[in-house]
Design a protein around this ligand. Structure first.
Ligand code: AMP
Length: 217
């Protein structure tokens, strides 16, 4: 079956890292709304200009902008063999809009993976996270260090710390997660789609568990 997957969980729970792994292992398109927004901000597109202040302060970009952006991304050809939504939906309004969008083409989400991770672990992971601005690879200064400090293993670009990965903004993002995004667990539970995994676990342990869930779709 074609896997159409939503990854839920707080920032720093490992959604991006594992979406990249699943993309490589299964060739399923990785759709990260955060990556799309950051690319638009870097290019200075009209969407990027509208989204910049929200993204940098850890607030949610308005639903209408996000829904339109996802609609356009899901109409691209590489998503026909399935996709992993990483960072979307983040509000009940977005989840409902996604459902309506998919109903129109007789399609639906068939798996929701909920990464349950403690706030303390998430803060530690995000404070130490470094990202490649060129290829979006993720590292952590202690847990996933690059081979050469500060340099991306994959494309040799200099790694950066995201503006929203500083402690005060991380705490704001967590608050937004608890208030706006967490209710989605119940939304998808009522549709029988949720598999909860331990986001505190190591990458290897989680990779094996995720593969099991995807193979069962
Ligand atoms: P992420 O890379 O998923 O942590 O997203 C980074 C930031 O992009 C978030 O803190 C929001 O400002 C914005 N963002 C990403 N996805 C969404 C979404 N589905 N709805 C609203 N804002 C989003």
């Amino acid at each position: 079956m074609v896997a159409r997957i939503v990854l839920l969980g707080p920032p720093g729970a490992g959604k991006g890292t594992h979406a990249k792994f699943l993309n490589k292992k299964y060739g399923i398109a990785h759709v990260s709304t955060g990556d799309i927004l950051r690319a638009n901000i870097a290019e200075g597109t009209p969407l990027g200009q509208k989204a910049k202040a929200y993204v940098e302060s850890g607030q949610l970009v308005p639903d209408d902008l996000i829904i339109e952006m996802v609609r356009a991304r899901l109409s691209e050809k590489d998503t026909q063999n399935g996709y992993i939504l990483d960072g979307f939906p983040r509000t009940v309004e977005q989840a409902k809009a996604l459902e309506t969008m998919l109903e129109k083409i007789k399609s639906k989400i068939n798996l929701v993976i909920n990464f349950a991770a403690d706030d303390g672990i998430v803060v530690e992971r995000l404070c130490g996270r470094r990202v490649c601005p060129n290829c979006n690879a993720n590292y952590h200064i202690k847990n996933i260090p690059p081979k050469k400090a500060g340099i991306c293993d994959d494309c040799s670009s200099s790694l950066i710390q995201r503006k929203d990965d500083h402690e005060a903004t991380i705490l704001d993002r967590l608050k937004v997660y608890h208030e706006r995004t967490k209710p989605l667990i119940e939304f998808y539970q009522s549709r029988g789609l949720v598999r909860t995994v331990n986001g505190n676990a190591t990458i290897d342990v989680l990779q094996a568990e995720l593969a099991k869930h995807i193979d069962s779709v």
